[in-house]
Design a protein around this ligand. Structure first.
Ligand SMILES: Cc1cc2nc3c(=O)[nH]c(=O)nc-3n(C[C@H](O)[C@H](O)[C@H](O)COP(=O)(O)O)c2cc1C
Length: 201
């Protein structure tokens, strides 16, 4: 079993379509902790000791947020800058997070076709997420493929529900340690691991 911590950031949750659906559908999963950073720190004064304690209590850390300017909303950056301290998270004596897993759960206005060399956004989502990948590496954590919701501007209720079902199945599988290192290597997005989980339900 693994304990999952969702570090959630949406600066305008009352206007959200995608993340409000995902979090409503994925409420109350045993061993999944939901940590709403904007709700907790509206002034961005992050309680570093409390956040480090939360990290120590969990095995898998997921950053869940809308994709803003090819990155995260500002509070995630502030959180990274303050919480992942030298000689705590990284550095010669920084071993607090060794062996834990880290991943991203994001939603993008752009469709998959826009996130390729010939598309409007020129680079893949995974390329834009390289700072998270390398941050995990520096902290000796295992970086997971991201869970991605694409094309949010035109998404239908049915599509959104399918994403929510996939996300819930993935969270439950993460808690139950159902994926191997090879599973993660085989996929670009975690979403690709969901169909096999949903058909065996
Ligand atoms: C400030 C801002 C920046 C954005 N930047 C991007 C971006 O870089 N790439 C992208 O695909 N979508 C971008 N979008 C679209 C959002 O990612 C999209 O509206 C959001 O994921 C929808 O989720 P929600 O319904 O939970 O708000 C941006 C939206 C805003 C408001």
């Amino acid at each position: 079993m693994a304990r999952v911590l969702i570090q959630f950031a949406h600066p305008a949750l009352s206007k959200s379509k995608v993340h409000s659906s995902l979090i409503n559908y994925c409420r109350n999963i045993n061993d999944v902790t939901f940590n709403d950073l904007y709700e907790k720190y509206p002034d961005m004064f992050i309680d570093v000791a409390a956040e480090q304690k939360l990290l120590l209590q969990h095995d898998i850390i997921l950053f869940q947020h809308p994709f803003y300017w090819y990155s995260s909303p500002a509070i995630i950056k502030q959180w990274l800058d303050l919480v992942l301290e030298h000689n705590w998270a990284y550095g010669t004596r920084g071993n607090a997070l060794v062996g834990k897993k880290m991943g991203c759960v994001i939603s993008c206005g752009g469709g998959p076709d826009t996130y390729q060399e010939t598309g409007r956004n020129r680079y893949s989502v995974n390329q834009f997420l390289l700072p998270f990948d390398q941050t995990a590496h520096l902290c000796k954590m295992e970086y997971l493929p991201p869970f991605v919701v694409h094309g949010t501007h035109r998404i239908t209720k049915e599509e959104l529900m399918r994403y929510a079902e996939q996300y819930r199945a993935i969270l439950e599988a993460l808690v139950h340690d159902q994926f191997s290192a090879l599973d993660y290597q085989k996929v670009t997005y975690l979403n690709e691991l969901a169909p096999s989980l949903l058909t065996t339900k």
